[in-house]
Every structure is written in structure tokens, then in C-alpha cells.
Design a protein around this ligand. Structure first.
Ligand SMILES: *Cc1c(COP(=O)(O)O)cnc(C)c1O
Length: 431
């Protein structure tokens, strides 16, 4: 496909004209640079604000003003059941049954609550296998859960590392490691997409192998929800959680999501309970005995945070209109165009811009992670100064995520022009 890409403004505009999702760009607010929209490639960190967010928030503030406590039942979107309005769209987005998902809390909090139910070390089956360099919050969560059970993370937490000279993991190596850990393995906990390398993991096969050795498989989908075409139910994942402020455009600190596979819903699993997880038919009897909802809602602890949910509601509605399959189809092209553009710039200046994200589209989402040998941090600063939003992750990666909902082929082309100008400065300095 990349052989057909052209690095001209005309070509990029033509691609945008043919893009069935192009109108969505207009539904977002872009930071401005020099009087025009910045090139925003950090939707993997904080998605842009949907224009509809302000009115959605105002609706709740107005209903609060008008109804006070009665807003729980009289608001346009009654607060008592607000989270239920998010269920159907969430289920479609992650490939789940409605009863398997709930929107609640924050991501790391959800990870902890799910680990309480699904990490239950017993006998020699105590280990958790995770990907290389997981997001630090996940490492802290896993290690603290292991300690909570009186175990030592040095023994119980196993982190995969790539082969010497490679940046990402081979699926076969992951499967082999699971087989090798065998009956010492309690849980596989992977990101859907690794935040650093941008590698997407084969959740179906990982889950299958985990189950084969008698372990469970859970996923942190922070970088996968709204990015990949997920099928959590069909893949038989045991549980998953994600945040809504990255690809899901629901604002800083936005409310998070959780998935529990249907086969666990009726089981009497240990959990940390709260009143919002109690069967809603009898919740207000305020009885002392906890009787959980027989759905993922049974993991809720507190009542729904309506203000962040108001933003999440309109953001999910955009995904429903766009459709994750169409988004994914555009995303594969857009990211492939960016990859070709980065290579084109590298070749033009004879510098090494190494894309460490897999080239195989099945093993990545939107994001490309680039090692700019000898130019890293400086190149990042120069791009930033010219209105290109990308980010820098220690020790030495520049991450760029063109998001199919609001980024364009022209964004990618312009990014390439600016990248080329910045590289030229560095080459000049080194000469
Ligand atoms: C962004 C991210 C987090 C952040 O956790 P919060 O609880 O939302 O602050 C956690 N894990 C992963 C993999 C992430 O990418």
C-alpha cells in the first residue's frame, strides 16, 4: 500500500476528500498555532474536546439548578440511572454484551477492583505475567496487589522482555512464556496496546493460551479503547478496563470503563463492594446484606459521576455514528501514510528515524513510536515549537498518534513538511 502514497499536498487533500469520516473533524475544538489548527497527534494522551461537550455539561448544571436533588429522577438524563445510558455504546465499542460493561471510577481504580476479584493466588499458582515496560501505574497496581496477598513481586511479577536487538514482543514468545509458566501462572495482565512502543497484542491468542494453562487473562485497554476493533466477549477475555480521556475524547480525568466476561457475572466472586453495586431493585431499602447486581454493574462502588459522564455520553455517541470498523479502516491508512512520510523524510536527509512500532497493521493502532537517533529530545522540542503536538517518553521515544476521528491526511502531510524542516536544522548543526 505504501508504494502508492505520495508526499504532496494535492494527494493528501484528495485522500481527505475521499474520506467518509472527514466531517467529524469539524465536531472538535483544536488548539491553534499561528492562526490555524495545530497538528494534533496526541489523542493517545488526551483526546480533543468534542464541541458538543459544553452543552452536555451545561444541561446537567442547568438541571441541577432547576431541580436540586430531584434531578436524580427529573433531569433530562436522570442522574440515578445516568451510567445506564452509556452501556449500549460502550458495549459496541469494546465488542461486549451490555451486561458485561460498566462505566465507573478511574482506570487504575478499576484495575484494582478487578484484580481483587480476578487475582487470587493459591498454592503455587501465584504469578502475573505482564508485557515489557507496562505503564508505570499498572506496575504499581500489580506489585501492590501481590504484596496485599503477602507475596513478593520479585517472585510473582514476571515481565516479558523482547529478544536482544528487538523493540517489541513476538506473539509466539508470549505464548511460549505462558506455556512455560504453566501452573505457576495465575493471571496474564497485558495492555491492549503498549503505551511506549505502540504494539498491539493478540488478545485472542493470549487469552486462549492463558486459559489453556488454567490462568485468567485481563487487559488494560487505555491505548486500545476507541483505537482498535475490540471483541472482548468473543475473545473470551476475563476482564478489562480502560480510561476515556485518551482515544475516547471525554476530557481530563474522565470517567473510566470496565468489562467482566459473562461467565463470571453469576459467580460469587470476592469483591470490594459499595452501595451502587447492590441490586438496584432493593438498593434503597438500605439493607445491611450486600446483594450484587448480576452484571458488570455489580462492581460499582459509588454513585455515578454525572458531570464527566455527560461529556463521555456525547463522545461515545460520536463513536457510534462513526463506527469503530470505519474508524479502524481509516486509521490503518492514516498511520501507514505517517509511517511512509517519516521514512520519506529520513531517506531525504539520510538520517535514521527508526519506527519501533510494528509495521504489521494487525500489531498496532494509530500510534507510531519513533527513535530519532542522535536528535531525540531536540527534535521533539523543535516540532512542538512549530505547532506539532507529539510527545516525548523517556528514555528516547517520540510518539505520534494520528487519530482517525479528527486527524486528516493533510495533517500527516504537513507534519512531514515540518519534520523535514526540523531534521534539516539538526543535520545542519551536525555538519
Ligand atoms: C494512561 C494510562 C493509565 C493512567 O491511569 P489513570 O488511572 O487513568 O490515571 C494507566 N494505565 C495505562 C496503560 C495507561 O496508558
Amino acid at each position: 500500500m505504501s508504494a502508492t502514497f505520495q508526499h504532496t499536498a494535492e494527494y493528501a487533500r484528495r485522500m481527505d476528500e475521499q474520506d467518509p469520516l472527514r466531517a467529524f473533524r469539524d465536531e472538535f475544538l483544536f488548539p491553534q498555532h499561528d492562526g490555524r489548527p495545530a497538528i494534533y497527534f496526541t489523542g493517545n494522551s488526551l483526546g480533543l474536546q468534542p464541541k458538543a461537550a459544553a452543552a452536555a455539561l451545561k444541561q446537567e448544571l442547568d438541571d441541577w439548578a432547576a431541580f436540586g436533588v430531584e434531578g436524580h429522577f427529573q433531569a433530562k438524563h436522570p442522574w440515578y440511572s445516568y451510567h445506564e445510558e452509556l452501556t449500549a455504546g460502550t458495549a459496541r465499542l469494546v465488542g461486549a454484551l451490555p451486561e458485561e460493561v460498566v462505566v465507573m471510577n478511574q482506570l487504575t481504580s478499576n484495575l484494582h477492583f478487578l484484580l481483587v476479584s480476578f487475582y487470587r493466588p493459591a498454592g503455587k499458582r501465584v504469578k502475573i505475567l505482564c508485557e515489557q515496560r507496562p505503564f508505570p501505574s499498572d506496575t504499581y497496581a500489580l506489585a501492590s496487589q501481590i504484596r496485599f496477598h503477602g507475596l513478593d513481586p520479585k517472585d510473582a511479577l514476571v515481565e516479558m522482555t523482547p529478544r536482544a536487538g528487538e523493540h517489541t514482543l513476538r506473539t509466539t514468545d508470549i505464548l511460549d512464556r505462558i506455556a512455560e509458566l504453566d501452573d505457576t501462572l495465575a493471571l496474564v495482565l497485558f495492555g491492549g496496546v503498549n503505551f511506549y512502543t505502540g504494539q498491539a497484542f493478540d488478545m485472542r491468542r493470549i487469552t486462549e493460551e492463558a486459559h489453556r494453562v488454567g490462568a485468567l487473562a485481563g487487559y488494560d485497554l487505555a491505548h486500545a479503547a476507541g483505537n482498535l476493533h475490540l471483541q472482548l466477549h468473543a475473545w473470551e477475555a476475563d476482564f478489562a478496563c480502560w480510561c476515556s480521556y485518551k482515544y475516547l475524547n471525554s476530557g481530563p480525568g474522565g470517567v473510566a470503563g470496565a468489562f467482566v466476561h459473562q461467565r463470571h457475572l453469576k459467580a460469587d466472586l470476592p469483591r470490594f463492594a459499595g452501595w451502587w453495586g447492590h441490586d438496584k431493585a432493593t438498593r434503597f431499602r438500605m439493607a445491611p446484606e450486600f446483594s450484587p447486581m448480576p452484571t458488570a454493574e455489580g462492581w460499582q462502588v459509588s454513585n455515578a459521576p454525572v458531570l464527566p459522564m455527560a461529556v463521555h455520553r456525547v463522545a461515545l455517541e460520536q463513536f457510534d455514528r462513526a463506527g469503530i470498523e470505519r474508524l479502524r479502516a481509516k486509521s490503518e491508512q492514516l498511520t501507514a501514510y505517517l509511517e511512509a512520510t517519516v521514512r520519506h523524510v529520513g531517506a531525504k536527509h539520510d538520517v535514521r528515524l527508526e519506527v519501533i512500532t510494528p509495521s504489521d497493521t494487525a500489531q498496532r493502532g494509530c500510534q507510531l513510536s519513533i527513535l530519532a537517533h542522535g536528535m531525540g529530545r531536540g527534535l521533539f522540542d523543535q516540532l512542538t515549537a512549530r505547532g506539532v503536538f507529539v510527545d516525548w517518553r523517556e528514555p528516547n521515544v517520540i510518539r505520534m498518534a494520528p487519530v482517525p476521528l479528527y486527524n486528516s491526511f493533510e495533517d500527516v502531510f504537513r507534519c512531514g513538511e515540518i519534520l523535514s524542516a526540523c531534521v534539516a536544522l539538526n543535520v545542519g548543526m551536525n555538519a
